[in-house]
Design a protein around this ligand. Structure first.
Ligand SMILES: C[S@@+](CC[C@H](N)C(=O)[O-])C[C@H]1O[C@@H](n2cnc3c(N)ncnc32)[C@H](O)[C@@H]1O
Length: 303
């Protein structure tokens, strides 16, 4: 007779297993599939299935999984084995300490982008309150809304306009704004570049993590990125700098006096990005390193 536990030959898990056994077997399976940090990934997926904090697993190593739990975990481990990002499987990620929903319509926010958010809120906090209403921020290419939502949470007196060419991404961003109670201070606009911004719109801070991967490099990236992040979130044109040039040329019209433009850029792009901005008469104030000491965050002004 077939027991409930009958499973395809490729399955990473046997039927009746304890917590410690599934962790070991799942980690081995994920390692064979080329997944980084396989044991951690297995633990996080198991914690999701058991609805426990990950550290609790260590207190429950001999607990036996129910058949339903084992089936659920098997499905998640197989997805991860196909290199679907952990964040897509969990449905969320953490950005600047805030939980953000993510799915295949948005770039999974990266740790280095937290440095851009931090530079943004440091700048906003030292501005004196405006005479003519709240300070205005533009998040160009908002994706999951991680930057827009974080700035609205960290700086309760700012109003954010968040744009993206993808309506599906804007839907995720709006969900994240609602999750963090800042929907009333973020205006979402579907826009190709600056096209949908009203003439005369003026921002104290424009920040963007634009697409910056050179088109032909996308297929060389790890499967989690290449196959699951939206192409439109990655593709920066032939040399990766299409959006930096667009911002250098067009952001001036939307920047308030004394304002700042803050951008993320790819490893090795700092000199070329600086050159594009200086050619358009920007003053490049700083290009800051990421956690690996690579120059990744540019801060520029007009005056
Ligand atoms: C690298 S992702 C950044 C997402 C998010 N801000 C973050 O830091 O995680 C770039 C975003 O720019 C958007 N985008 C691509 N082309 C665009 C365009 N022509 N106009 C506006 N947004 C665009 C993409 O849809 C994507 O959401």
């Amino acid at each position: 007779m077939l027991r409930h536990s009958a499973k395809p030959a490729s399955s990473p898990l046997p039927s009746a297993v304890t917590v410690i056994e599934v962790i070991q077997r799942s980690a081995e399976f994920l390692a064979r599939k080329g997944v980084d940090s396989p044991r951690l990934q297995a633990e996080l997926l198991l914690a999701q299935v058991l609805k426990l904090p990950r550290m609790q697993l260590y207190l429950d190593f001999q607990r036996q999984l129910t058949p339903a739990e084992a089936d659920h975990l098997r499905e998640l481990i197989q997805r991860r084995g196909r290199r679907e990002p952990l964040q897509h499987i969990l449905g969320t990620t953490c950005f600047c300490g805030l939980e953000m929903a993510v799915n295949r319509h948005v770039l999974v926010p990266r740790p280095e982008t937290e440095l851009l958010a931090e530079a943004g809120w440091e700048f906003l906090r030292q501005l004196t309150p405006g005479d003519s209403g709240p300070r205005a921020v533009l998040d160009f290419g908002t994706g999951s809304g991680c930057l827009a939502v974080t700035l609205a949470v960290k700086c309760p007196d700012v109003h954010v306009t968040a744009t993206d060419v993808s309506p599906d991404a804007l839907a995720v961003a709006a969900q994240n704004a609602a999750r963090h109670g800042v929907s009333d201070r973020i205006e979402f606009r579907e826009s190709d570049g600056f096209a949908a911004l009203p003439a005369g719109a003026n921002f104290d801070l424009i920040l963007s993590n634009p697409p910056y991967i050179p088109t032909l490099e996308i297929d060389t990236l790890q499967p989690e990125v290449r196959d699951f992040d939206p192409r439109a979130a990655l593709d920066g044109g032939p040399d990766g700098l299409k959006f930096h040039r667009l911002l250098a040329g067009q952001a001036t019209a939307f920047l308030a006096a004394g304002g700042r433009l803050m951008l993320e850029l790819g490893d090795g792009q700092a000199a070329a990005v600086r050159e594009s901005f200086e050619a358009e008469n920007w003053i490049v104030e700083a290009i800051r390193p990421d956690y690996n000491q690579r120059l990744r965050i540019m801060i520029a002004r007009r005056d």
